[in-house]
Design a protein around this ligand. Structure first.
Ligand code: SF4
Length: 354
């Protein structure tokens, strides 16, 4: 099997987390509490940390939110990116209050003078930046030039902004060119990847709810990753706060790009199954979210494909007529009753994770 060759990008730092170059592809998310509500925002970030989030982002729509970052960053372990729109002064304030990175949108941040002020604040406070172009909020001038949002317009917008940063001797930035249209997103990132070596933050924006958003993101982000494009990603979902991170890792695991926690291989089940495979998988997914060590679990209904899959897993269960065979390190170990399967697997996985 051919290994995915990653595009060579420069490495930048988002706080203590490296993005680009040879750094692992990082998984990001965003909070949806009011950033000015320090307690609620810290609580959300802690939940994201628990499922492996590397970097999070908080919206800063007002002064109170930008100032709240000061307290938030003291209480969390992952770097916080400040999401800035419309008002460049909030970017400056966020940088002064502990943001590790400033996400600015070239379509609405304003004149070159204002961007220069934000760059100055980023430099003075050790912040990196993200140029976050969004198909839905493109610069009016580019919209007039191209007639409608398109990949070319997004790339032009990103490169214009990149040049502005470079002209101010600032290169600690990454770029995203997101659209809610999957194909447009893929096209934009491919064009951008060919034109610069900045690290790319992947995402299909406003992707939708858990199911539709996961599919769209897996296709959009996944196909770019398969082409070696992408240094960090955010799956954008209208769902519970942990889901974006979990789906992000699933995409990376599916492509063998980065492993964290348990990868479950399970059969779709049929009349041959020896136990309730669906319920077992659902319960295991819930009970194993805290596991960080990469491992594989084969949850198989019967002996048709069970032994084959279990042979390549750290742990496995293969359904039988009366009892079910538990596998450890690919070998049959001992038999368990249906009602023991979940607890037994959780016990084994937790012991290996310790
Ligand atoms: Fe059916 Fe067995 Fe295949 Fe599962 S492993 S789908 S139970 S034949």
């Amino acid at each position: 099997m051919e290994k995915i060759m990653r595009r060579k990008s420069r490495k930048i730092m988002v706080g203590k987390v490296a993005v680009g170059g040879d750094a692992p592809i990082t998984v990001q998310s965003m909070t949806n509490s009011l950033t000015s509500d320090v307690k609620a925002t810290v609580e959300q970030i802690k939940r994201q940390e628990a499922v492996g989030c590397d970097i999070t982002r908080c919206s800063c729509p007002d002064e109170e939110s930008a100032k709240a970052l000061k307290e938030i960053v003291k209480q969390v372990n992952i770097p916080v990116v400040a999401d800035i729109h419309f008002d460049y002064r909030l970017g400056i304030l966020a940088a002064e209050n502990g943001a590790a990175c400033l996400r600015i949108n070239p379509g609405n941040i304003g004149s070159e003078d204002r961007v220069r002020e934000v760059i100055k604040a980023a430099k003075n406070n050790g912040c990196s930046m993200r140029i976050g172009v969004n198909g839905g909020s493109l610069d009016k001038r580019l919209l007039e030039k191209y007639g409608e949002p398109c990949a070319e317009a997004m790339v032009e917008s990103a490169l214009e902004q990149a040049k502005m940063l470079e002209d101010n001797d600032f290169r600690e930035f990454k770029i995203s060119v997101k659209s809610s249209n999957t194909q447009m997103t893929i096209e934009a990132y491919k064009k951008l990847a060919a034109k610069c070596d900045y690290p790319l933050h992947l995402g299909v924006t406003e992707a939708g709810g858990l199911r539709a958003g996961t599919v769209k993101s897996a296709l959009g982000i996944g196909s770019l990753l398969m082409q070696g494009i992408g240094d960090t990603l955010r799956v954008s979902l209208t769902a519970d706060i942990e889901e974006e991170v979990k789906v992000g890792y699933e995409i990376l695991k599916a492509l063998d790009l980065r492993h964290r926690g348990v990868r479950i291989i399970s059969c779709p089940t049929c009349a041959r199954r020896g136990y309730d495979v669906q319920k077992t998988v659902e319960e295991l997914e819930k009970r194993l979210t805290h596991i960080s060590k990469p491992m594989t679990l084969a949850v198989m209904g019967c002996v048709v494909n069970g032994p084959g899959e279990a042979a390549h897993a750290d742990f496995g269960v293969c359904g039988g007529k009366e009892d079910n065979m538990l596998y450890i390190a690919g070998k049959p170990a001992y038999k368990v009753k249906n009602e023991q399967i979940i607890d037994e697997l959780v016990k084994l996985v937790e012991a290996k994770n310790a």
